[in-house]
Design a protein around this ligand. Structure first.
Ligand SMILES: [Zn+2]
Length: 254
């Protein structure tokens, strides 16, 4: 190909990408197409993670079916449903969805689980139900384009509460900052950290400030995690990070 043609091709591609970005659907498509560095399926110690619609959904088996942590960014979560089927689970076996926060890439799949009780952190129900816009610049841009928000009930858990779900205990840890009601859930030695603490493949840290309501508050909230015992985090976009408490110490400078 001649240099002139290559330049033309690059220009055309640039214009197409630019147009896709300018119209919101393209932007959503782009974000939700970003693969996770850890692939699209993780299975470890009774825990399964499925990357669906641009975010990780975590499946915890219980005596009565399963709990999901977040529901991903796809309104029709095909990959997630296929994985549940491989685990011998139907959508009706999901008795609880624990939301780490109300951004649409973590809530869009809720409609696929009609039997599930939806639980979120303190003050987060309005965001989950689309009754208030997200505070972060990028999530606000996405929110109008994310389809219908969840119209069902949302129970708000209390900070420190221990939820016993199908015989499995999940401790609720309110970590405001990424959103006002951002919450983590500690199950056994795994901390489901949502977008409040990212797994970066060797380190842990904060997601970019453009996604957060208040990045300084997000950072400050992380200090309370130092009082918890956990070995790994399972986050919203990176995947799993082992030795996460040591890495959190390093990140926070202590
Ligand atoms: Zn988020």
């Amino acid at each position: 190909m001649s240099k002139g043609r290559r330049t033309l091709l690059k220009t055309v591609l640039g214009v197409v990408l630019g147009l896709a970005l300018l119209c919101g659907g393209g932007l959503i498509w782009l974000v939700r197409s970003v693969p996770s560095p850890q692939g699209d399926l993780i299975e470890v110690d009774g825990l399964a993670g499925v990357h669906t619609g641009g975010a990780w959904v975590w499946v915890v088996r219980t005596a009565e079916g399963a709990v999901l942590v977040d529901s991903g960014g796809a309104t029709e979560p095909t990959a997630l449903l296929a994985q549940l089927e491989r685990m011998g689970l139907t959508p009706d076996d999901i008795h609880t969805v624990l939301l780490t926060h109300g951004h649409s890439d973590h809530t869009a799949g809720l409609g696929a689980f009609p039997e599930a009780e939806v639980i979120a952190g303190p003050g987060e129900a309005a965001l989950v139900r689309g009754e208030k816009p997200p505070g972060g610049a990028l999530p606000r841009m996405f929110s109008g384009m994310a389809g219908h928000p969840w119209e069902g009930q949302v129970r708000e858990a209390r900070d420190g509460e221990v939820l016993v779900l199908g015989g499995e205990a999940f401790q609720v840890i309110h970590v405001p900052g990424h959103t006002g009601g951002s919450t983590m859930y500690l199950w056994r030695d795994t901390l489901f950290s949502g977008d409040s603490l990212g797994a970066f493949g060797g380190t842990v840290g904060l997601l970019p400030a453009l996604f957060a309501d208040d990045i300084d508050q997000n950072r400050a909230s992380l200090h309370k995690l130092l009082d918890l015992e956990f070995a790994r985090i399972a986050d919203g976009h990176g995947g799993l990070e082992e030795n996460a408490k040591d890495k959190l110490h390093a990140f926070l400078g202590g």
